[in-house]
Design a protein around this ligand. Structure first.
Ligand SMILES: NC(=O)c1ccc[n+]([C@@H]2O[C@H](COP(=O)([O-])OP(=O)(O)OC[C@H]3O[C@@H](n4cnc5c(N)ncnc54)[C@H](OP(=O)(O)O)[C@@H]3O)[C@@H](O)[C@H]2O)c1
Length: 293
């Protein structure tokens, strides 16, 4: 069994990007810029935004956190986004979700310039993903694809079973693996909570992608020998033995499923660290396209 080390791969990606950023700075006297817009003071959102900003700075990209009050109107937020659409210093715009209830998230996402939508959530980009055109892949699914690629895991003709159909993980990764492209070209099955007898599907998986949000949900009896397991789940469970009183586990019962797997991602240090790394990749990509460098 090979443990897929997402932390190490994410570090490789950041190092590679830092070299690219240094090089464009020298050649063109410009660097990629990412603005992250946060509305209100949700502690989890704040933590994510700070991590993204720090990651940008570490590789020499420019980063700004635009902090807006929780009672900002939808119109004011749309104006802010528009302002950054027209700002030539920022090549990527990310609006941290969730937004307060009085703001229509879809309208806000749709207001982001398609060419700066580094989260890949704009409907034009999701549509382009589906029809196999050039687009920004959403960061977590993009991270999964990159892990498969960097571990030389064959995907062509393989049966990829995705459990979960969210717009941020399940649906995009299913669409990405379906494309007639290198690193994809798989036969894809998507499962969700209405599936009768889920293990009928999961047992057929050559590559199983679990994006469910339920601790240790995928058990040993649900997979076949030699399966490649990608665990997207991040779940807190109580653990009196730890200082914090909890620990983080995935959607897969790692200890037992690992015995049957050929490759498996751990939680933490599997898919998790890839998300920010791929956000940086998308921001660099946006920069090269916008600046034509
Ligand atoms: N950076 C990262 O590593 C990262 C990024 C994003 C998410 N995550 C984690 O990944 C997990 C999934 O996130 P998400 O945003 O995709 O979650 P989500 O929006 O809650 O979607 C969960 C999906 O799982 C399906 N599901 C729930 N119970 C099921 C069951 N008993 N059998 C089969 N399918 C079932 C749901 O089906 P229905 O559609 O029928 O409800 C839904 O499609 C979470 O733990 C989240 O924290 C990690």
């Amino acid at each position: 069994m090979v443990l897929i080390d997402g932390k190490a791969i994410a570090e490789d990606i950041r190092r590679e990007l830092k070299e690219k950023v240094d090089s464009v700075r020298k050649q063109h006297a410009k660097v990629p810029g990412l603005v992250t817009i946060i509305v209100g003071d949700n502690p989890a959102s704040r933590l994510y935004v700070n991590m993204k900003s720090k990651a940008c700075n570490e590789i020499g990209m420019m980063s700004k956190i635009e902090e807006l009050s929780a009672d900002i109107s939808e119109e004011e937020l749309l104006q802010k986004v528009k302002q950054y659409n027209n700002n030539t210093e920022y090549h990527g715009i990310l609006v941290q979700l969730p937004l307060p209830k009085h703001i229509n998230e879809d309208r806000v996402i749709e207001s982001i310039s398609v060419s700066k939508d580094v989260d890949g959530f704009h409907p034009v980009n999701t549509g382009n993903l589906m029809i196999g055109k050039d687009t920004f892949y959403p960061c977590t699914p993009y991270g999964i694809k990159e892990l498969l690629k960097r571990y030389d895991i064959e995907t062509k003709g393989k049966h990829v079973v995705v459990v979960g159909r969210s717009n941020i993980v399940g649906k995009p990764i299913a669409n990405m693996m379906l494309q007639k492209k290198e690193g994809a070209n798989s036969v894809v099955t998507v499962c969700h909570s209405a599936a009768n007898n889920l293990s009928v599907y999961t047992k057929q998986a050559d590559i199983l992608i679990a994006a469910i949000g339920k601790a240790n949900f995928i058990t040993e009896d649900m997979v076949k020998d030699g399966v490649v397991v990608i665990d997207v789940g991040i779940n807190r469970i109580e653990d009196p033995a730890t200082k914090s009183g909890y620990r983080v586990v995935g959607d897969v019962d790692f200890e037992n499923v690992a015995k049957k797997a050929s490759y498996i991602t751990p939680v933490p240090k599997g898919v998790g660290p890839m998300t920010i790394a791929m956000l940086l990749v998308n921001t660099f990509e946006a920069f090269t396209k916008i600046e034509k460098v």
